[in-house]
Ligand binder design. Structure first.
Ligand code: NDP
Length: 452
């Protein structure tokens, strides 16, 4: 670790104790930036890094609601408004029992660089709650969303802060949240993305993160003159990102063989074709069941999570590509080594920060095609940006047009990462490329805008 990284990390850890995910996200970026600071002392002098690490605003609030039995429940709500140098705060809401301040700060921090990479004018933010939608009735989810919005609405606006979905927040939750916002504000504006199609949503937004991560993998493969055709792909998760990752893998002639949830994973050697994927979408989006049912229906192996394991057996299968699409730190050092041992040479991260720092180092040392989340999964927020544009224009673009724009954005993110990595002396290192390109765009805007 260089003395520059050591100095910044000591300061971050002292100021933000007990937030390991935030420390990890900061460290990854800071490591990439040593060379930038040497070449451009103006950023150091203006304390840009220290200012980017400190959120512009952190909101934390009580969310009381009544369950179906008439009992009062209390959750905690958050919104991290991280950086608005290049546009309104933009980033999803996560509802999951593991949500805490440190996790949302890491996500908001990542979002700042990711949004800068999309080429669209969006700042970075993230929010959510420790509320668990699993096992709750639609009525309970609605009650919670309304109470959450009773506080958050005053901080949102189409030119201020525009949330979207993330883990545990899909079409149903966005509907309830938007409905309450509209009632409280008495106005219909594009203050959320991921909206329903007949009330301001964009075609391709649900597909965008998964499609984008596969487009990114294709771009990486193209640098070696290859395509996804006939590639065996490991996919984790079974939610929004995983589902549309598989849809696009199938369209491009690849074969996805795994899916998971927090209870376990399935392995389908024959491939998860479109018909089976339809079953998964109904299972997860409508019936809200467990992935184990896939194994029962299609008679394929299912492995429940074993808490004694210090690795995830999903990453220990023979394959060419991996698309982690569940959650942070789902690939540790051992998993990364297992992936490499099994022949995987393309990793495109649909999830945010799914690989630990030790795992990332193994991928970089092995010089595989490794697309970090802030580049590879930026298609989701990019298409949210396109939804905002359509809302401002009061127009809806056709499916093909949005998909073509998404594809173009993923190509340009890939190009920016490649060119920046090369310019700063580490060709082929998409981590450095993404971190440096994202940082410079935000940092230059901050320099222009003075000390605010
Ligand atoms: P969903 O809620 O639709 O799906 C999440 C999936 O991951 C579920 O299968 C869930 O299983 C599994 N999962 C969640 N937490 C854990 C955990 N702690 N351990 C094991 N499995 C877990 O979320 P998304 O698909 O939207 O998000 C997946 C990832 O992609 C996240 O990292 C998110 O931040 C990232 N992302 C999402 C974007 C989007 O547009 N939606 C944009 C960019 C990134 P279970 O049901 O059992 O909890």
């Amino acid at each position: 670790m260089s003395s520059f990284v050591e100095e910044i990390m000591a300061w971050v850890k002292e100021k933000n104790p007990a937030q390991p995910e935030f420390h990890q996200a900061v460290e990854e970026v800071v490591e990439s930036l040593s060379v930038v600071m040497e070449r451009h002392p103006k950023y150091r002098k203006a304390k840009i890094l220290e200012r980017i690490i400190e959120p512009e605003r952190v909101l934390m609030f009580r969310v009381p609601w009544l369950d179906d039995k008439g009992n009062i429940q209390v959750n905690r709500g958050y919104r991290i408004e991280m950086n608005s140098a290049i546009g309104p705060y933009k980033g999803g809401l996560r509802f999951h029992p593991t949500v805490n301040l440190g996790i949302l700060k890491f996500l908001a921090y990542e979002q700042v660089f990711k949004n800068a990479l999309t080429t669209l004018p969006m700042g970075g933010g993230k929010g959510g709650s420790d509320f668990d939608p699993k096992g709750k009735s639609d009525n309970e989810v609605m009650k919670f969303c309304q109470s959450f919005m009773n506080e958050l609405f005053r901080h949102l606006g189409p030119n201020t802060d525009v949330p979207a979905g993330d883990i545990g927040v899909g079409g149903r939750e966005i509907g309830f949240l938007f409905g309450q916002y509209k009632k409280l504000r008495n106005e219909f504006t594009g203050v959320f993305t991921g909206k329903g199609l007949n009330w301001g949503g964009s075609l391709i937004r649900p597909e965008a993160t998964g499609y984008g991560s596969v487009y990114f993998a294709s771009e990486m493969l193209a640098t070696r003159g290859e395509t996804l055709e006939n590639k065996i792909c490991l996919v984790s998760g079974s939610g929004n990102v995983a589902q549309y990752t598989i849809e696009k893998i199938n369209q491009l002639g690849g074969k996805a063989v795994t899916l998971s949830d927090s209870s376990g994973f399935i392995y389908d050697e024959a491939g998860i074709d479109d018909k089976k994927l339809k079953f998964v979408m109904d299972l997860k989006n409508v019936r809200r069941g467990r992935i184990k049912e896939y194994a029962e229906k299609y008679k394929v192996p299912y492995k429940p999570v074993d808490p004694k394991n210090d690795f995830n057996p999903l990453w220990n299968m023979k394959a060419d590509c991996a698309f982690p699409s569940a959650t942070q730190n789902e690939i540790n050092e051992k998993d990364a080594q297992n992936l490499l041992n099994n022949g995987v040479y393309v990793v495109s991260e649909g999830a945010n920060m799914p690989t630990t720092l030790e795992g990332v180092k193994l991928f970089l040392d092995a010089k595989i095609l490794y697309g970090p989340g802030k580049a590879a999964n930026a298609g989701g927020v990019a298409t949210s940006g396109l939804e905002m544009s359509q809302n401002s224009l009061r127009l809806s673009w056709p499916r093909e047009e949005v998909d073509e724009r998404l594809h173009g954005i993923m190509r340009s993110i890939h190009k920016a990462c490649m060119e920046t990595a090369k310019e700063y002396g580490t060709p082929g290192n998409y981590v450095n490329g993404a971190n440096i390109a994202g940082f410079i765009k935000v940092a230059d805007a901050m320099l222009d805008q003075g000390v605010v």
